[in-house]
Design a protein around this ligand. Structure first.
Ligand SMILES: *Cc1c(COP(=O)(O)O)cnc(C)c1O
Length: 370
């Protein structure tokens, strides 16, 4: 039996059908309909944030947040992320400045951040990689000192909490992705969470062609990135079950940790103190010298058994072909090492303990048997 790296969570067929039934009466299919507004409200509660603005996907939500903040010049971010983070910065006409990550959790290294600030810097875009959270307090201190905005890429961090606070309540804004492969999905979808209510109108204009709500005036240049009612309905259903899905993911992570933790040459994902995690990914960094297999060899052995793991993230976004020669690059040795040696193992709510054991057996036997 083959195992994919991820498998989307879905509600029961009947639950979804029940949820979308009244759309045949209302005939209101998109443009901030009843389901959209209900999901927005429920997410404010679930994520413990003051404001949520829904979008058709996480990427455009991030672009809208950057545009709504009217940023200019340079934005400090990390190259150890999905292409989306950097593409959003560049598509908004901003210059990415790449800061290295911390070896403990691969989030932006605050100790290396301040040296990259110039008089052109307008914001920091850190990433809560794998649902591990950045050093939010250090980042806040640096941002305050230099008058910078902080917009988190929280695409991996749905439902993550730090000392009882929703992770989306840190920084000026945070973007969550509701893509099919994420912990919570609306098929495609995403949102921006933010504290300052004066952003509400600007985010609305960003998703709706630059039009001022309720008016005929168009103060902004913008496209269309609204979330429709069918996908909002999927979100309403999935939100009812997301806690259970996270519990199931946790069981798989506990098993992976029992089997692979402490094995010389394997560095596995670890919980952070004070954080309630969502168990979005299970990355393993392979040290060939000590373990005997490198990341690519491990991936190939797994694939021989029909198991697909992912080189997530590889390559670094600073090395993307489309940016060749465009930006000044800093040395980011920790990020480079991670990108070269990391493999994320299959992880989803329905992954069985037997599957986790089979995956671990193949890795631990270095592909010789199992
Ligand atoms: C998934 C993801 C995005 C983009 O979200 P979409 O909803 O797929 O557009 C951005 N950043 C990171 C780190 C992601 O994993």
């Amino acid at each position: 039996m083959s195992i994919n790296v991820t498998r989307s969570s879905m509600p029961d067929f009947d639950e979804y059908i029940e949820e979308i039934k009244d759309l045949w009466d209302s005939r209101w299919l998109t443009n901030m309909g009843a389901k959209h507004n209900k999901l927005q409200e429920e997410l404010c509660g679930y994520l413990s944030v003051d404001n949520v603005s829904l979008f058709t996907n996480g990427h455009l939500a991030l672009e809208a947040a950057l545009a709504a903040m009217k940023l200019t010049g340079e934005v400090i971010t990390t190259p150890f992320t999905f292409s989306s983070t950097t593409q959003a910065i560049v598509r908004c006409g901003l210059t990415p400045v790449f800061c290295d990550v911390r070896p403990e959790d691969y989030t932006i290294d605050p100790a290396k951040l301040e040296a990259l600030i110039t008089d052109k810097t307008s914001a920091i875009v850190p990433v809560h990689v794998y649902g591990s959270i950045c050093d939010v307090y250090a980042i806040e201190r640096i941002a305050k000192k230099h008058g910078l905005k902080v917009i988190y890429d929280a695409a991996h961090a749905f439902g993550v909490r730090m000392e009882e606070r929703g992770i989306g309540s840190f920084g000026d804004a945070a973007m969550f992705s509701f893509h099919a492969t994420k912990v919570f999905n609306t098929v495609e979808g995403g949102c921006v969470t933010y504290a300052d209510s004066s952003l509400t109108e600007r985010l609305m204009m960003q998703k709706n062609f630059g039009m001022r709500p309720g008016g005929e005036s168009y103060p902004e240049v913008a496209g269309n990135s609204k979330l429709d009612e069918f996908r909002a309905a999927m979100g309403l259903c999935n939100l009812r079950h997301v806690d259970g899905e996270i519990e199931k993911r946790k069981a798989a992570v506990v098993r992976y940790t029992e089997r692979l933790g402490g094995v010389p040459g394997l560095k596995i994902w670890r919980e952070q103190p004070g954080v309630k995690h969502n168990y979005a990914y299970f990355p393993v960094v392979f040290d060939k010298e000590t373990f005997g297999l490198d990341r690519d060899e491990a991936a190939a052995r797994l694939l021989e058994h029909g198991i697909s793991a992912r080189k997530y993230f590889y390559p670094l976004t600073s090395a993307l072909k489309c940016y060749e020669g465009r930006f000044e690059l800093q040395e980011t040795p920790v990020a480079e090492y991670a990108a070269k040696n990391v493999l994320t193992l299959p992880l989803f709510a329905d992954l069985t303990m037997e599957d986790v054991d089979r995956i671990c057996d193949i890795i631990l036997s270095k592909g010789e048997q199992a």
